[in-house]
Design a protein around this ligand. Structure first.
Ligand code: ADP
Ligand code: MG
Length: 705
């Protein structure tokens, strides 16, 4: 598709496939529009009357653009999105149809829920689930070969109201944060703000590979990552790809991607090459957490769809190529009021500084106390390959504050004057703080949770993950500490003095979580252990954090999850872990036995005959003989390793009673067995005829574009 931005100016196409605020304003009667805005702000109930009018306007808008169907679009625990299309048609007795869409159809749906994971929440006899409209996330039109569909972003709950998706808890956590943050603002004397909303700006990393090559690799097709292969001679050590000129084929893809995203009203803003060859990043401008999360799902979907049109495949796996940089989704997080105050902005006045310090302290404490749950929220079988692998944040949670802010906090906690502020003693609510740098000069790229001037960047999140999980934890953890602070401040006779005390005490108690150094270094692992910080190295030890007492208490208190909902997620995530590893183990064995072994065997026998021929002529060929021997030994090792892998997988599959036990068995026996098969295969790849190798190599995949 050739996109002409002269014929289709960006200002005109932007949001054309999205039932956004401007469209609603233009199409809804004034009173209904106003009522809807009130409901959106959280100040009123959605009545059936409002819903009827909005549904009708939405339908007309969609039909004018060619839509024939609508769907409730939701995010089950698979991490993907789901939809069930219904057409607008309503037959009349005279054989004609009219197009209908009622308020009830807009606000509530009843998809067949039985095929989505629920972790036991939904007994099979009660498979019903409901979807409910998220009134704050705009409806949009989705085009595919089946036509144009109106998509209504929804939450997905069971018959009895338990969350079955990634969105409902996110909305609940945003509400918890709003409630507690508003209490703080009130004590601080803010009389104008009515609502606090968390925002997210995700930086999405991904790989592109040529489709034809991709199709020749069953590991990429079935597991999303290369289960075999070694880095070519030209590795990524040159780092010449990063911020390098974007290749024409990719540029073409990006242009179309932007076009599609802009039409959906998604503010794709930056795009660039990433560290690894054929790795890229796209970042939209931040928005409220629920909208950002929905948009990110669409971004991931569009990445795949547009790539396909360009004969490319987009890999969202966190580590498609071992030995090559992995992909994350940096989660830039902040909170702001409805009247535009970013609560993580240090500000210019002493009052703003005091406010900033309260919110900053709450975050520091929240991250320290709830570190295990935060780590859990970014854990998965695929992200395990990334976290702690010396190129992504370590598995240890810590906070980076930057030199200046750390100095200020250290001095404040110690009651000492701040040297870089000319020896000033900081009195919160009375002192001016220096301007903190917002540029790249004081950036630490190795920290999992970094302050970047007016927001925090949580860098553990994996490229394929929904933003829902991590942001539920950040929002709820911060809400919890803000609530605790509010309890104290509301009772204080001298609020300023109480703030000073609170900030000081909090920092003293939790400064162990602050680390400005190199998070990738081995020394940090040792140091973190000394500080008592948890180091949850993999998903199997992380997932159980979901049902720890700490977690249950936190989420129940703020009505984000019930114990039952947490237990169900625990089951679903462990099941997902086991399923993925079972597939990886199967594909590893299959490729080794049916592709690699036959190819190497044929090549070896050719080489062996050649050696025999040469020897018959009286030639001495010890090097070639050694090569045959190495190939032969490699094949023996490979087949033996495959047998061991199969045995380990069988044994693991037989564990039925306990999913944690099963996942542990995958971690401890199947993963090492797979690694062994791979090491033999990769060893063989290095000494086998390149043209005899049965599928495209790393070099083909990473340097073809
Ligand atoms: P960098 O690569 O330097 O970290 P980018 O510009 O690539 O930064 O991405 C930064 C992301 O952070 C963008 O999505 C941006 O919109 C988002 N962002 C900026 N300010 C905020 C904020 N206050 N809250 C949340 N996200 C923000
Ligand atoms: Mg970043």
């Amino acid at each position: 598709m050739s996109i002409d931005f002269v014929a289709n100016p960006v200002e005109e196409i932007y949001g054309e496939s999205c039932f956004n605020d401007a469209t609603m304003k233009a199409r809804l009667p004034k009173n209904i529009y106003k009522a809807l805005k009130t409901v959106q702000a959280g100040d009123g109930e959605l009545t059936l009357e409002i819903a009827e009018v909005v549904a009708s306007a939405m339908k007309d808008w969609a039909i004018e653009r060619g839509a024939t169907h609508y769907t409730h679009w939701f995010q089950p625990l698979t991490g993907l999105t789901a939809e069930k299309h219904d057409s607008f048609i309503s037959p009349s007795s005279d054989g004609t149809v009219i197009m209908e869409f009622s308020g009830k159809e807009l606000t509530q749906g009843e998809p067949d829920a039985s095929s989505f994971p629920s972790g036991g929440l939904r007994a099979t006899f009660e498979a019903r689930g409901y979807t409910a409209w998220d009134i704050n996330s705009p409806a949009f039109l989705k085009q595919d070969n089946s036509g144009l569909t109106l998509c209504i972003p929804t939450g997905f709950v069971s018959y009895t109201g338990e969350a079955l998706d990634k969105k409902v808890p996110l909305l609940r956590s945003m509400e918890a944060l709003n409630k507690q943050a508003m209490r703080i603002l009130k004590v601080l004397g803010n009389t104008t703000s009515k609502k606090v909303t968390s925002s997210v700006g995700p930086e999405q990393e991904y790989f592109l590979v040529d489709k034809e090559l991709y199709l020749q690799r069953s590991d990429l097709k079935l597991t999303g990552r290369a289960l075999f292969g070694t880095m070519s001679a030209k590795g990524q050590e040159m780092d010449d790809h990063y911020f390098g000129a974007i290749k024409e084929r990719v540029a073409d893809f990006m242009r179309e991607l932007n076009y599609e995203l802009w039409r959906l009203g998604i503010s794709a803003k930056t795009q660039h090459n990433e560290v690894a060859p054929n790795q890229f990043e796209i970042a939209p401008i931040f928005s409220s957490s629920n909208v950002a999360s929905d948009s990110n799902q669409l971004v991931m979907e569009m990445l795949k769809k547009v790539a396909d049109r360009h004969d490319l495949v987009c890999l969202l796996h966190e580590k498609p190529f071992a030995g090559v940089n992995g992909s994350g989704k940096h989660n830039n997080w902040s909170m702001a009021t409805d009247d535009g105050i970013n609560l993580l902005n240090p500000g210019d006045t002493p009052q703003d500084n005091a406010q900033f310090m309260v919110f900053l302290s709450a975050i520091i404490k929240a991250v320290d106390v709830y570190a295990p749950i935060l780590k859990m929220s970014a854990s998965s079988a695929s992200n395990d390959h990334r976290l702690g692998a010396n190129e992504a944040p370590p598995a240890i949670i810590s906070i980076f504050l930057g030199t200046q802010l750390k100095e200020i906090m250290d001095c404040l906690a110690a009651g000492k004057p701040v040297p870089s502020m000319g020896g000033e003693l900081i009195e919160l609510g009375a002192s001016h703080l220096p301007k903190l740098p917002k540029d790249n000069t004081d950036r630490n790229r190795t920290s999992p949770f970094a302050f970047t001037g007016n927001r925090f960047e949580f860098r553990m999140v994996g490229s394929s993950q929904s933003l829902g999980g991590p942001n539920v934890v950040i929002n709820t953890a911060v809400a919890d500490v803000l609530g605790e602070f509010a309890d104290k401040l509301e009772k204080a006779s001298d609020v300023k003095a109480e703030i000073q005390k609170l900030v000081k005490e909090t920092y003293k108690a939790h400064d162990r979580i602050v680390f400005n150094g190199n998070g990738y270094s081995d020394e940090w692992v040792v140091e973190a252990e000394k500080r008592g910080l948890p180091n949850l190295k993999n998903a199997v030890v992380s997932i159980p954090q979901l049902i720890s007492d700490l977690s249950i208490k936190l989420f129940e208190k703020h009505k984000v999850f019930t114990k039952g909902e947490l237990e169900s997620r625990y089951e679903v995530y462990l099941e997902d872990y086991c399923l993925r590893l079972n597939i990886e183990a199967g594909v590893t064995a299959e490729m080794a036995e049916r592709l690699i072994f036959p190819a190497v065997s044929a090549y070896t026998s050719e080489l062996a005959s050649s050696v025999a021929d040469q020897k018959a002529l009286g030639l001495k060929v010890p090097a070639q003989e050694a090569q045959v021997k190495a190939l032969s030994e490699g094949m023996e090792g490979l087949l033996k390793a495959v047998a061991d892998l199969k045995a380990a997988n069988e044994k693991t599959l037989a564990i039925e009673e306990d999913s944690l036990k099963k996942a542990t068995s995958y971690l401890e026996t199947v993963i090492p067995a797979m690694a062994k098969v791979r090491s033999f295969a990769d060893g063989l790849e290095k000494i086998t005829d390149k043209f005899a190798w049965p599928y495209p190599s790393y070099e083909d995949l990473l340097f073809t574009m």
